[in-house]
Structure formats: structure tokens, C-alpha cells
Design a protein around this ligand. Structure first.
Ligand code: ADP
Length: 483
């Protein structure tokens, strides 16, 4: 099959969140399965600095409103392409700074969406399917059905849109509609208008041949007003085309028995190296030694510091948590208010909490390996990768039972001594504290703890079955497109 993955980020090139892991891993998996797979990304400044790229010599001209914006196609290895446009992508960040989103994001991702279709023409690549991801590529399916509907190369290409997070929709002022060149007829509720704004994700939802999100539970949740971010009605109209393929993780990148970023290797057969990782993590993050505290549970958090991730609950329950003698290691980046609140806690309880603001792959690996528990009290969680990585590293997830967290973690049952993590339901700090107390009971019982670690490490969250499921969906979409 000829597949094009259109994504605003992908590992190993550039990453701000789980989408990058998913796009990069899927490409790798498909290529391993023998599918002809291209990946297209914007050429951000950081990619340019970090990777030796080839200039294909091919250029594209993309209409953005009344302007014709020029871009150039770069490549890495044989089938990853980058759309270069100095004006739009030669910037330090991907979507914005802590002060807010870049003000020309509509123009930037119109350029990317139309540009990647132009790039197919320039490269003479005829994908049977384009896999779009999130709002940044939401316009692609609509462009294929409108501006490209008679295109000799792309008229039979079908599309799938994976929604990685419905909370991010690409909303822009009505005045930016003209930049899309789709015509004002589309600016209406049955089109891409959304309460007086232009909605790029909605463009994909109404026009992709297949819709997907990243867990079965989240696929159900986004049909409800409570979790639909105002788009639940539009998604309900497409319910029969909606799927929920769970994400996997790259088992080569995330492998504690070979992970060069760790101070010691370990595996499910011999987990002794994990204690070395914990010791080293404590040494790195908590400068002054404390033999008593070193024996206590260490809770890790790695992720975007946003309201979605339940950081308000963490901040609320932290003082009580520290009174039990446990330690908290946080690595993350995001919302300024949350960052400040966490740093204030770190000032007050410096021997109990380590707050590390920033994006740091090495430290992330160390936290996954060196913690006893991994905390994800998310308000909502489409899939979540942190809990999958944690289980692979023998770290027990404590999480709220929502979306992909509910689908991938089996709650601990003390009677049967079974389960791979500890789940809680109500979005309150009391419920979170109760879950943590249950987790600490397991911690004090060596046998139970060992079994839970082993059960988590025995789970299979590799991409094999999900990549196979995606291929089936692609085949269905192609068949549907033909008849
Ligand atoms: P998101 O909602 O951000 O996509 P996921 O759990 O799906 O959340 O994926 C987040 C991914 O990004 C995981 O691989 C996680 O380890 C990684 N990550 C998040 N924040 C950081 C950070 N500050 N430093 C390093 N890795 C991070």
C-alpha cells in the first residue's frame, strides 16, 4: 500500500507530545511491514539544526489567501519529506511561545496542508491513503474533496483523520477564512464554521473518509456533550465512520534492557537494575541524601503541564502526600500558572519534590525507570503514552479511569492480587489521595509489588496489533472510496 502520513510532528525529528511518538512509530512499523510509506513534516528550525537533510531541488507554490507562498522540499533518508518555508517554520517553537500561539498559525498550517498535496505532485507520489493527524492537517481531506477533486494524481486518494486530542481544534477568527481559499460557502455550521470562528479540525471531521481517535473509550467519550468540546454533534453525525485504535509505543526506543539513557539495564526476568535507576534518579534530583526518604515510594510525572493532565489535583494533594514521606519527581513543560505553582511547592518542600521544567528526553527515561509509581490524574486522556511506557519500565501507573488510561490499565484487585495499576474515578484530590494510599499498601507488601511490576511488564503495548488494525481501516477506506 502507498501511505502518506501527514503530521505536524514525528519522532525522531521533532516532538512536543504523544502525536510525535505515534506518527514516527507508525511510519517505522509500516515500512517494516513492506508498505511504501512517506512522512511529511514542516521543516522547523530545530529539525534543520539537528538532521543532515537533502535538498530535493523541488519547489512548490501554495496559495494562502491571495498570496502565492513558495516552499521547497527537503528529504531525509528516502521517504521522509519536509516542507521548507522560512517565513512560516524557521522559528524556535512549533506552535507558539509561553505567551501564546503564533498569530499566523492559520496561514502556517494552510500552507502545510495544501503544500503537502502540492508536494505529492512535485514528487509524483500517488498515495492511496493520506493519514492526517490533528487540526494542523484537518484541512487536507477537505482540500482533496474540493480544490483537488479533479486532480489527475490525487483524485482517488482517500483520507483518515486521527484525532489525538479534541481539546485542540485550530480555531481562528472568521477573517482568516479567506486564507483557506475554500470559498465563503464553507463558512456555515454544516461547513467549517464553529460559533463564528474557522475550525480546522472540523474540516477534517466532516470530510475525512474515516475518523479515528486513539482509544475505544475516548471514541465513545467524544460523542458526549461532556467530552465533545462542542464538536460532539458533528462527530455523532459521523459515528458509523468513527474508530478508536489504541496507540502503542516503540519497543526499541522504550526498552529497559537496552536503554542507553539509563544507569543500569533491567528486564522483567531480572528487575534488580531498577533499584540502581531509582538511586541514581534520587541522587540527580534530590541533592541532599536522606536514607529514610530513599526507602519511601518515589512518584514520577512526565508530561505536559496543562489543566488536562490533572496538575491542579497534584498541587492540591501535594502537602498531604509529603506528610507520608513520599517523594515526587516532576518533569514537564506547559502552562505558566501550573509551572509557577509547582515551583512554589518545590521552594517550600525541597526535600520532597523535584520540579524540572523543560523537555528532556534523557531525564524522561530516567524518571520512567527510577520511579516506583507513575502518576496520571488526567481530566481526560485520549490514549496516554506515559502509562504504557511506565508499565514497560516496571513502574506502576496510578491514574484516573478515563479514555485510554481506563483501556490500558487494569485496576488493582486486592482480593485476587491482580492488576497492572491503580485507578480512581472522581476528579477530586480526595479520590487521587485514596488511590495513592492503595498504591502505597501494595508498596509495603514486597510480594504484591513484585507481581504487579511483573504483570505490567508482561503487557504488550507494541505497535504490531494497532498498526495491523490501521492497515485494515485504510483498506476499508480505499474500498469505500472506490465504490
Ligand atoms: P500528550 O497529551 O502530551 O500527547 P501522551 O501521554 O500521549 O501525552 O504523550 C506524551 C509523550 O511526550 C510521552 O512520550 C512523554 O514521555 C513525552 N513527554 C511529555 N513531556 C515531556 C518532557 N517534558 N520531557 C520529555 N518527554 C516528555
Amino acid at each position: 500500500m502507498r501511505i502518506l502520513i501527514a503530521s505536524p510532528e514525528a519522532v525522531p525529528y521533532i516532538k512536543t507530545g504523544g502525536l510525535a511518538d505515534v506518527a514516527g512509530s507508525l511510519c517505522k512499523e509500516y515500512r517494516g511491514m513492506g508498505h511504501e510509506t512517506c512522512l511529511i513534516l514542516p521543516l522547523y528550525k530545530k529539525i534543520r539544526e539537528d538532521f543532515p537533510l537533502n535538498d530535493t531541488g523541488l519547489s512548490i507554490k501554495v496559495p494562502v489567501g491571495e498570496r502565492l507562498v513558495e516552499g521547497r522540499i527537503f528529504s531525509h533518508r528516502s521517504s521522509t519529506y519536509f516542507l521548507q518555508c522560512e517565513e512560516f517554520f524557521n522559528r524556535p517553537e512549533l506552535y507558539g511561545t509561553p505567551e501564546g500561539d503564533y498569530s499566523d498559525n492559520a496561514a502556517r498550517f494552510i500552507f502545510f496542508s495544501l503544500g503537502l498535496l502540492e508536494a505529492c505532485r512535485a514528487l509524483n507520489f500517488q498515495p492511496e491513503i493520506i493519514h492526517c493527524n490533528d487540526w494542523q492537517t484537518g484541512l487536507v481531506p477537505l482540500y482533496l474533496k474540493t480544490l483537488f477533486k479533479d486532480d489527475a494524481l490525487l483524485k482517488n486518494t482517500v483520507t483518515i483523520l486521527t484525532i489525538h486530542n479534541l481539546g485542540y481544534q485550530g480555531l481562528f477568527p472568521a477573517a482568516e477564512m479567506s486564507l483557506t481559499n475554500l470559498g465563503s460557502a464553507f463558512f456555515q455550521p454544516r461547513g467549517i464554521e464553529f460559533y463564528g470562528k474557522v475550525n480546522f479540525l472540523k474540516a477534517g471531521i466532516i470530510s475525512a473518509d474515516i475518523l479515528n481517535t486513539v482509544s475505544a473509550s475516548y471514541a465513545r467519550e467524544i460523542l458526549t456533550a461532556e467530552s465533545g468540546f462542542g464538536l460532539d454533534g458533528v462527530i455523532r453525525d459521523r459515528e458509523k465512520d468513527l474508530y478508536g485504535v489504541i496507540n502503542g509505543i516503540d519497543y526499541e526506543e522504550w526498552n529497559p534492557s537496552k536503554d542507553v539513557l539509563l544507569p543500569a539495564y533491567y528486564s522483567r526476568r531480572d528487575v534488580s537494575g531498577k533499584a540502581v535507576c531509582k538511586k541514581e534518579l534520587i541522587k540527580t534530583l534530590f541533592k541532599q541524601g536522606n536514607p529514610e526518604a530513599d526507602k519511601a515510594p518515589l512518584i514520577g510525572i512526565v508530561g505536559r503541564l496543562s489543566e488536562q493532565k490533572g496538575m491542579d489535583l497534584v498541587i492540591q494533594c501535594a502537602p498531604e502526600l509529603f506528610s507520608y514521606g513520599v517523594r515526587l519527581a516532576i518533569l514537564g513543560k506547559g502552562d505558566d500558572t501550573i509551572q509557577r505553582a509547582l515551583l512554589t511547592l518545590a521552594d517550600k518542600y525541597n526535600s520532597a519534590i523535584s520540579v524540572n521544567i523543560g523537555f528532556n528526553d534523557r531525564l524522561a527515561h530516567m524518571v520512567y525507570a527510577g520511579s516506583d509509581f507513575f502518576l496520571m490524574p488526567s481530566k481526560y486522556e485520549p490514549c496516554g503514552l506515559g502509562q504504557l511506557i511506565a508499565m514497560r519500565y516496571g513502574t506502576i501507573p496510578v491514574a484516573r479511569a478515563t479514555g485510554g488510561l481506563a483501556d490500558t490499565i487494569q485496576d488493582f484487585d486486592p482480593l485476587k492480587s491482580s492488576g497492572t495499576g491503580v485507578l480512581f474515578h472522581d476528579y477530586t484530590h480526595y479520590a487521587l489521595l485514596e488511590a495513592l494510599k492503595r498504591a502505597f499498601c501494595v508498596y509495603t507488601d514486597g510480594r504484591k509489588m513484585k507481581k504487579m511490576i511483573a504483570d505490567g511488564m508482561n503487557m504488550d503495548f507494541s505497535w504490531k496489533s494497532s498498526a495491523g488494525r490501521y492497515i485494515e481501516l485504510y483498506q476499508d477506506a480505499i474500498k469505500k472510496g472506490r465504490f
